[in-house]
Design a protein. Structure first.
Lengths: 184, 348
């Protein structure tokens, strides 16, 4: 039969020599190899204390963004929900009332915004669809809970911390994410 | 007067027994931890490191877990024998420690106390007797489980131990011809000041250590519990602390056989490059240094047990039998004849 590649190697059928039949040299050789591994650096990352750096394109849980003054970017246009292939996003829009300018950036906002994290496939299409830089995928990736219903994240779960009252948490959540071009 | 022994001797021996048994248990406990740590080092990973500093409390956590596990006794098992199996395995494992000379004499409360529970003149025969009883624990447990995998494991354990005991016994005969005594204490005394038996019996030691691996059911001879073929082997049906006893007995066996090897071939409590006879003024410290040296030798042997386990894969059963009957026994016979010839030629 013709070999598929030139890497095939013929099995050696020749009888073992006396040294090979003794086995002991081979065993000592093996033991030497394992002994050397005591002194090699082990590549373990001790997870909760150490974390592996994420790739810049990593897609974790969604975050609803605010601008620098802490106003919500989302205008409840529904493009993310339309783009979502898993149909995980639902929202309800409301009109901004006078005196709420410090809460919402534009005159329409999402009164209710829910993402079902059990449906979400973390494809990032919502982030791509968003014209207002209102939603993006963070580096959080291990949600754990006791009930299925708690995996439907509402606005409080999704919103980024307020940049003025909780600056540190806001910057941590933002990370080194480049600012996205918005369409006004 | 029923006993011609004074009360102080009984108290002394009882204290010694408690110390040795507890010591063996603690050592076995930490051997399980060391095994996992060594496995980690040899495989480029850290090993258990979560429970306490460096994972020091891991054996406690393991023990607790085993205690709280549900105890299952299969419906169709012979219940009395099922319970007896692990107890027997544990008992025989601990019993062997009685004749091991842990150290020289110490003087406490004006009494000369030998650091050996019983210096019986047939010490090594006693070790062999008890060790071969050890297989009953495995066999009885395996048979009582009423499970074909357990039975297979038990069968393997029994035939393996019978096969390897022969080679081990013959390799010991050569040593006995050389030393002329069966008492472990006397053998250790003969080996003081660096005249270790390993220099005169290297082949005998090699056979002995291979057989010791087989007797302890350690890899590469752990066919009795070959989990890739027999699920769990003889302890398939065991759970909770009964399983713990079986596993624990294995580690105690390892500890004791390391101690036997150290005292038979490596001078027991003899400290290398150190002349004890010249330092008799050190008194009790001398015995303690000896004990320390003995423990270090044991630790080295235990490490070799583990090192081999994480290097060599398990033998196939026919290979095991081939090695035992057709290689080790002829080799041991040869070693015995050669030793006898040498003793005749050199007149010892």
């Amino acid at each position: 039969m013709q070999a598929l590649t030139n890497r095939a190697e013929q099995v050696s059928r020749k009888p073992m020599s006396f040294m090979e039949r003794l086995y002991l040299p081979a065993i000592f050789k093996g033991m030497l190899i394992t002994f050397r591994h005591i002194f090699t650096r082990n590549p373990t990352i001790h997870y909760p204390e150490q974390k592996r750096a994420f790739s810049p394109v990593f897609r974790g849980l969604q975050i609803l963004n605010r601008d620098e003054e802490g106003r919500e970017n989302c205008t409840a246009c529904g493009l993310c929900a339309v783009a979502c292939p898993a149909e995980a996003i639902t929202m309800e829009a409301a009109e901004r009332l006078p005196g709420e300018e410090h809460l919402y950036k534009e005159e329409k906002y999402a009164a209710k915004y829910e993402i079902n994290m059990l449906r979400c496939i973390f494809c990032g299409l919502c982030e791509e669809a968003c014209p207002k830089d209102a939603i993006y995928l963070s580096e959080t990736f291990t949600p754990a809970d006791y009930q299925r219903k708690q995996f439907v994240y509402n606005k409080e779960d999704l919103l980024i911390p307020h940049p003025l009252t909780d600056k540190e948490a806001y910057e941590k959540a933002l990370g080194n994410r480049p600012k996205k071009e918005t369409i006004n | 007067m029923f006993l011609a022994i004074e009360l102080a001797t009984i108290v002394e021996k009882l204290v010694l027994i408690v110390i040795v048994v507890m010591g063996s248990l603690v050592v076995a406990m930490y051997t399980t931890f060391a095994e996992r740590k060594v496995a980690g080092w040899l495989q480029d990973r850290p090993g258990p490191n979560r429970a306490g500093p460096f994972g020091m409390f891991q054996p406690l956590a393991d023990g607790m877990k085993l205690f709280f596990k549900e105890e299952i006794i299969p419906n169709f098992s012979s219940k009395a024998l099922f319970v007896m199996g692990p107890a027997l395995a544990m008992m025989t494992a601990i019993m062997t420690s009685a004749v091991i000379p842990w150290g020289d004499k110490v003087i406490l409360f004006d009494r000369e106390i030998s650091l050996q529970i019983a210096d019986i003149n047939i010490g090594i025969l006693y070790v062999f007797g008890v060790v071969s009883l050890g297989v009953y624990g495995i066999m009885i447990g395996a048979w009582a489980s009423n499970n074909k995998y357990s039975l297979m494991g038990g069968l393997r354990a029994a035939s393996q131990i019978i096969s390897y005991e022969l080679a081990m016994g013959i390799s010991i005969i050569a040593l006995l011809m050389f030393t002329g005594t069966l008492s472990l204490k006397e053998m250790v005394l003969q080996q003081q000041a660096g005249h270790w038996n390993i220099w005169y019996q290297p082949l005998g030691f090699l056979i002995f250590i291979i057989c010791a691996f087989a007797e302890c059911n350690r890899t590469p001879f752990d066919l009795a519990e070959a989990e890739s073929e027999l699920i769990g082997g003889y302890h398939t049906e065991y759970s909770s602390m009964k399983l713990g006893f079986y596993l624990f007995a294995e580690y105690i066996n390892m500890f004791i056989s390391s101690a036997v090897m150290a005292s038979l071939y490596f001078g027991g409590y003899d400290v290398p490059f150190f002349n004890e006879a010249a330092h008799t003024d050190m008194g009790n410290w001398l015995a303690l240094i000896g004990l320390g040296a003995f423990l270090i030798k044991i630790v080295i042997f235990i490490f070799i047990f583990m090192w081999v386990r994480w290097t060599i894969p398990r033998f196939r059963y026919d290979q095991l039998m081939h090695l035992g009957w057709r290689i080790l026994i002829p080799l041991a016979l040869f070693n015995m004849l050669a030793t006898g010839g040498a003793i005749l030629y050199f007149g010892k």
